[in-house]
Design a protein around this ligand. Sequence first.
Ligand SMILES: CC(C)(COP(=O)(O)OP(=O)(O)OC[C@H]1O[C@@H](n2cnc3c(N)ncnc32)[C@H](O)[C@@H]1OP(=O)(O)O)[C@@H](O)C(=O)NCCC(=O)NCCS
Length: 183
Amino acid sequence: MRISASGRKTWNVRSPSGNLGFVDGFAMTVRDASSDDGSDLVAVFPHADRLRWRITLANRGTEDLLVVEIGGVVRGLMSIRWSDGCDPPNPWLYGAEVAESFRSNGLGTALWNEAERRCIQGGATAASLDVDVDNVHAQRLYLRLGYEIVGPHQHRWRSFDPDTRALVAEGTSETWIMRKRLM
Ligand SMILES: CC(C)(COP(=O)(O)OP(=O)(O)OC[C@H]1O[C@@H](n2cnc3c(N)ncnc32)[C@H](O)[C@@H]1OP(=O)(O)O)[C@@H](O)C(=O)NCCC(=O)NCCS
């Protein structure tokens, strides 16, 4: 994978990780989402419109959609947006979600590690994310992973009808941009 001057990825990495450890005796792996993951993804991230859009962008190659599996079942996901993120020109790591009963077992860390590996492989010198100011649990994870708060951000979100793409809701949330130097 390479990131061109425009920040756009020019080829993709599709190989799954090796075993990243065990949760309750079941192996943990991270890989790209595939078209077979539909219902598993919805079970983790029940926002059909946003999920469909993230899959569309992953299929276009402007983003990667990573999943973490435990014993072959998808239990978490996150996306890498290669350009036009919250802190350009850095790739934006966003939309992380781990199934509630699987949290605090290292799945989020495994997703972040794989995302950062891809960012480095793509030539990025830093990775960025934004996190709600009141989401202290996620912030603690990101601090532990080496991210630093670089400033406030107003995240604008929009929700679309998954079939018609008509706008059904929109709003803003106050977030921190966090950044990690990768090399
Ligand atoms: C944020 C989120 C993705 C993190 O995923 P996770 O799988 O729980 O993350 P990890 O397990 O890697 O790390 C979380 C904690 O578990 C601990 N941990 C990691 N591996 C562990 C293990 N093997 N055993 C026990 N604890 C472990 C970490 O030290 C960390 O502790 P902390 O409470 O001090 O932060 C998850 O909590 C989530 O889905 N939250 C709701 C959605 C959300 O807020 N998304 C982020 C939007 S920016």
